[in-house]
Unconditional design. Structure first.
Lengths: 559, 208
């Protein structure tokens, strides 16, 4: 019985549901990965605007050495929420939730993620958590920065507990997305798509997903402990009751160091798609790029204490953490050199997406180099807690992650909307953004070297000139982002039709109409090779019907 | 359901064998469930790390003024929980072999043993609170780590009891068949997971 009856009927690849027709089911509580990806994108951009405005409050305050724009306490609230929102409500959801959701199943040749309902639930936790985080302003927002070190976070007002709850919630969302993506990538690849035939963006998501799953859960533990201590007086971190403030730092950085790779690995993946497409050359070192993502993800769990060199860490612990941190420069260097070699001798098309991708490589490399100064104990003792640190992580998070998000957006916008972005506005966006970015963050390097401390509302008047340069540059950067949003709105209405494959790219998502149908593929294709050999025919079979009027898969009725 | 070219079979085929759609989705759900359990292990690990870190940062353990835990009572209570792991294992085996009555009896035994374990834990908590005057928030890092970790575990046991009760009702109502019983597999995995966590917690709180 069992043997004969096994494998009757179609599998998941043949399983198509009818597209829901009502507005609510279609666009609000959708279970379609493409709609959910766009929902993440819009929500993430809204939080980008809000957190960006907070950044402008910070820069306006720092125009003058003695501040005066907002009160000192408000200043502390503003930079704490700015950092928390940018990390948890902008970069992480955009990297995984938005681009991961929209692009990854298409590149895999899957009809959706493994658990579409769970995907919808993960998404809806995210705006709720965002509202909770911003609502903490109403009850006295946290003032101890995005890291919320005790004992200061234990003394903060009620908003600090709200902060814990908000980050906990968005963390659960991120964990569930990580699980969903892991199962999707491991189990739902199209026939013939072996792991070593996957596009590099999918590899990047595969390296990121376990980080979301493991590290974020550890953060949930730390946040729960801080919440319990604040609300019920359960002593974990308060040294007067036997707790340890250092415990928080260990637990927090055990999450937050892997989290910086959650924020950058997907961008590595995007760059690895964009560079070969616009250089019209195969990616150099496919396997090395793929495996170096995994190496970075694994090594990311072993370096957290390099954030704690000045916190009273035992000296014998400092050396291994310093050396392990240096080791991460090796896989990162492999990627940088592979990208440069991909460009070498290529026929480069300077589209907006390509400009942002190249800008990413340059600015991220600069941010990586300053990371070496901070990872090395002797220099870190001098630089810790200064603007040098602020310069470093803005180079990797804005020059890296945010530039990656822009590059990915210009690249996949035609697939999402069916229309092209305006290239002229795109180039204005790029050049103004890069100019404003460097004007804002480059001077922070020497200000930090000269000892200007971070997180302080007023500063020594000798630093005023460069701070004014930074503040003015930051307005240029904000104006560039305004142009970006104008470009989106204009292009959505007036952009020229994109067609299925405006970039002549070779991954699977470009072989189907823009925007793709609800079921993604009429027939799930079979994959025969890597997508990067530009001189060869496409390595797919079964896509002949995609761009014709051939009948779509028949949905199961009321299933 | 299937596309036009394929027969509409997997719904009607529930009686004999497993259709491909069920097989593939079961594979997804099993992988996803294992990942869920793994991240739950990480959540416990975060607190276990916190406990060991705090315990080793002080001078003496147990801290001054805190009585030693009652190891014998907790050991008997652990036997109750491990026993429920055994009954759950045989419940699943009996389901696979089609012995519904044995399955139901063993599942009920698992639920009863789980409740007995929680009862033992409740007794231990009240004893600690009223006799030894040890509380969650008022007894320093000992109260914080002990009650948080064992409480988290107790919460997982309670969730498991609800889960197994739902499984019992579902299997009485014919939700599962001899070939399609992923819910029971997941329940068994979850229950064993709760057992294994207890092995660790028992060791670090009562034995070392």
């Amino acid at each position: 019985m069992a043997v004969a009856a096994t494998h009757v009927g179609g599998g998941i690849a043949d399983h198509v549901h009818p597209e829901p027709q009502g507005f609510i089911r279609r666009y609000v509580f959708s279970i379609d990965h493409k709609i959910i990806g766009i929902q993440y994108l819009i929500t993430g951009f809204i939080f980008l605007v809000l957190a960006g405005l907070l950044a402008e409050v910070i820069r306006t305050q720092l125009m003058n050495a003695n501040g005066g724009f907002v009160s000192n306490n408000t200043y502390n609230e503003v930079y704490s929420i700015h950092g928390s929102a940018m990390v948890w409500l902008v970069v992480i959801p955009l990297m995984t939730g938005a681009f991961g959701n929209f692009v990854m199943p298409l590149q895999l040749g899957a009809r959706d993620v493994a658990f579409p309902w769970l995907n919808m639930i993960s998404f809806w936790m995210f705006p709720v958590a965002g509202l909770m985080l911003f609502s903490s302003f109403l009850m006295g927002a946290p003032v101890a920065g995005w890291t919320e070190y005790p004992p200061m976070s234990l003394q903060g007002e009620a908003g600090t507990s709200m902060w814990c709850a908000a980050i906990f919630l968005v963390g659960i969302s991120s964990t569930l997305t990580g699980m969903n993506f892991m199962v999707t990538i491991l189990k739902m690849r199209a026939p013939g798509m072996t792991l070593t035939r996957m596009p590099l963006f999918v590899w990047a998501q595969l390296a990121t997903a376990p980080l979301s799953m493991v590290a974020t859960t550890a953060l949930a533990g730390a946040l729960a402990a801080l919440f319990m201590e604040r609300q019920f007086g359960v002593p974990f971190f308060d040294p007067t009751k036997g707790g340890s403030p250092l415990l928080w730092q260990h637990m927090f950085w055990f999450y937050s160091h892997p989290a910086v790779y959650i924020m950058i690995l997907p961008a590595f993946g995007m760059i690895s798609e964009i560079l070969p497409t616009f250089a019209r050359k195969p990616i150099f070192g496919y396997k090395m790029i793929a495996f170096s993502s995994v190496t970075i993800a694994l090594a990311g769990f072993m370096v957290w204490a390099h954030h704690m060199f000045t916190s009273g860490l035992a000296p014998f612990m400092q050396l291994p953490f310093m050396l392990l941190t240096f080791v991460i420069a090796v896989p990162t260097g492999i990627k940088i050199f592979s990208w440069i070699t991909t460009l070498w001798g290529g026929k480069i098309h300077f589209t907006s997406a390509m400009l942002f991708a190249i800008g990413f490589v340059v600015l991220f490399a600069l941010g990586g180099i300053t990371g070496i100064f901070l990872a090395s104990v002797p220099t870190d003792l001098h630089l810790h807690g200064t603007y040098f640190v602020v310069a470093h992580f803005h180079y990797v998070l804005v020059g890296g992650s945010l530039m990656g998000i822009f590059a990915g957006f210009y690249y996949w916008f035609p697939k999402m909307s069916g229309r092209m972005m305006n290239e002229t506005l795109g180039k204005w966006h790029f050049w103004l953004f890069v100019a404003g970015f460097n004007g804002t963050f480059l001077p922070m390097h020497w200000l930090g070297f000269e000892g200007m401390p971070r997180r302080v509302a007023v500063y020594d008047p000798q630093f005023q000139f460069w701070n004014r340069v930074e503040s003015v540059s930051s307005y240029v950067m904000t104006f560039a982002i305004l142009l970006f949003f104008v470009n989106i709105l204009v292009s959505l209405r007036r952009g020229k039709k994109a067609g299925p494959n405006p970039w002549k790219a070779r991954t699977l998502e470009w072989q189907i109409p823009s925007p793709p149908h609800y079921y993604n593929f009429k027939h799930v294709p079979t994959v025969y090779g890597l997508p990067y050999d530009f001189s060869e025919p496409l390595p797919y079979r079964g896509l002949d019907d995609e761009l014709t009027d051939a009948p779509a898969p028949v949905p199961a009725g009321a299933h | 359901m299937a596309v036009a070219s394929l027969p509409h079979q997997h719904a009607e085929h529930a009686e004999g064998g497993v259709d491909r759609f069920y097989e593939e989705t079961r594979d997804l759900r099993l992988t996803g469930f294992l990942f869920f359990l793994f991240s739950d292990v990480v959540l416990f690990s975060a607190f276990i790390f916190a406990y060991l870190y705090l315990r080793n940062s002080g001078q003496s353990w147990p801290p001054p003024g805190i009585a030693r835990l009652d190891v014998a009572f907790a050991a008997w209570n652990s036997v109750v929980l491990f026993g429920s792991g055994a009954t759950m294992h045989y419940a699943l085996e009996n389901w696979k072999h089609g012995n519904f009555n044995k399955y139901a009896g063993l599942l009920i035994a698992t639920i009863v043993l789980g409740i007995a374990f929680l009862g033992g834990q409740a007794y231990e908590y009240t004893h600690l609170y009223f006799v030894d005057k040890i509380s969650w928030a008022g007894s320093g890092i000992f109260g914080a780590s002990f009650f948080t970790l064992t409480g988290m575990h107790g919460f997982h046991v309670a969730v498991g009891i609800v889960y197994l009760t739902v499984l019992l009702l579902q299997s009485i109502h014919g939700v599962y068949t001899k070939d399609k019983y992923f819910g029971i597999t997941a329940g068994t995995l979850y229950w064993h997971f709760v057992d294994i966590i207890w092995v660790v917690l028992f060791s670090i709180f009562y034995l070392i």
